[in-house]
Design a protein around this ligand. Structure first.
Ligand SMILES: C[S@@+](CC[C@H](N)C(=O)[O-])C[C@H]1O[C@@H](n2cnc3c(N)ncnc32)[C@H](O)[C@@H]1O
Length: 165
């Protein structure tokens, strides 16, 4: 049965919440920051800071215009094109992130594949050994090994990986 864009959007948000909640539980006990790639409206950032109140959450965005209630503190907002800001952050912090949430999608997978082709490498360069990477689009990189999604998240709706070493 065909699915309207509204249905698809609702399912994406449900999948996001389920995956974020699962990821927060998975990283319990591991030290390190969380990275949010794509602030957008700030919904997933807001959820992350609610479920991970003690974590440093660094947010990357080129055009930070979220709902005002979801603006990250200036010290944790990295403004600019992630193609440049992620490598600069990796130089300063190394591979320390325990969770990376990638939500930089334009909503058009064919466009994302071209415009964000550099993204998997930059993400792998920030993820600590064993870190979890969750993403709204598939990421292909030798160091990122696919892991099963939590129950209830349909295949292809979200993606999860572990940094292998
Ligand atoms: C789908 S939205 C994020 C939605 C957000 N997670 C939420 O829940 O509201 C994608 C965001 O990624 C940002 N973005 C995409 N490519 C980027 C890049 N190369 N550098 C910085 N920000 C980028 C866009 O500006 C946009 O705000």
């Amino acid at each position: 049965m065909p699915m309207s864009r509204l249905d698809s959007f609702i399912r994406r948000l449900e999948a996001q919440r389920r995956v974020l909640d699962w990821a927060a539980a998975e990283i319990e006990g591991q030290d390190g920051p969380v990275l949010e790639l794509g602030l957008g409206n700030g919904r997933t950032y807001d959820h992350l800071r609610e479920i991970l109140p003690a974590r440093a959450i660094h947010v990357f965005e080129r055009d930070a215009r979220p709902n005002p209630r979801s603006m990250p503190p200036a010290a944790y907002l990295v403004l600019g094109d992630m193609a440049e800001t992620l490598p600069a952050f990796a130089e300063r912090h190394g591979r320390t992130a325990v969770l990376v949430h990638v939500d930089a999608t334009t909503g058009v997978p064919e466009r994302d594949r071209v415009e964000l082709a550099w993204l998997p490498g930059h993400v792998a360069a920030l993820a600590a050994a064993g870190a979890l990477v969750i993403s709204g689009s598939a990421l292909e990189h030798a160091a990122l090994s696919p892991v099963a999604l939590p129950a209830g998240v349909p295949d292809g709706r979200y993606f999860a990986y572990r940094r292998v070493t």
